[in-house]
Design a protein around this ligand. Structure first.
Ligand code: AMP
Ligand code: ZN
Length: 110
């Protein structure tokens, strides 16, 4: 756990969140400021600054996260977005994927 990391505090239960699903290595919770009817975050329980920090040894955490994304999407088509770096909008520096569904999405993304 990283001190002063919001998502580590959610994993530790120190800050409340609307947790929807979890497995051994990852948790999924509702985004506090949703931009789609379905908007969850899937995060590894271990702290990584962003998805770029994951290495080959962290494969199980990444697979766990992808399994949760699939689970919370509940059969619907979904978009999975990882903002990696402040330059593309990352604001919380604990790796997380946004699971977005329930409306039309433009491509290429804005
Ligand atoms: P990003 O901009 O990719 O780093 O995404 C961070 C996301 O975390 C944003 O969509 C925020 O709405 C969301 N967020 C921030 N604080 C919380 C919180 N306490 N609980 C749930 N989601 C949060
Ligand atoms: Zn963290």
């Amino acid at each position: 756990m990283e001190r002063n990391c919001l998502f580590c505090k959610i994993v530790a239960g120190e800050i409340p969140a609307s947790i929807v699903a979890s497995n051994e290595l990852a948790i999924a919770f509702n985004d506090i400021s949703p931009v789609a009817p379905t908007h969850l975050l899937v995060i590894p329980k271990a702290h990584y600054e962003n998805v770029s920090a994951l290495t080959k040894e962290d494969g199980p955490s990444l697979v766990a996260l992808l399994e949760l994304a699939e689970e919370v999407a509940a059969g619907a088509d979904f978009r999975l977005v990882f903002n990696s770096g402040a330059g593309v909008g990352q604001s919380v520096f604990h790796a997380h994927g946004h699971v977005l569904a329930g409306r039309d999405f433009a491509w290429p993304p804005g």
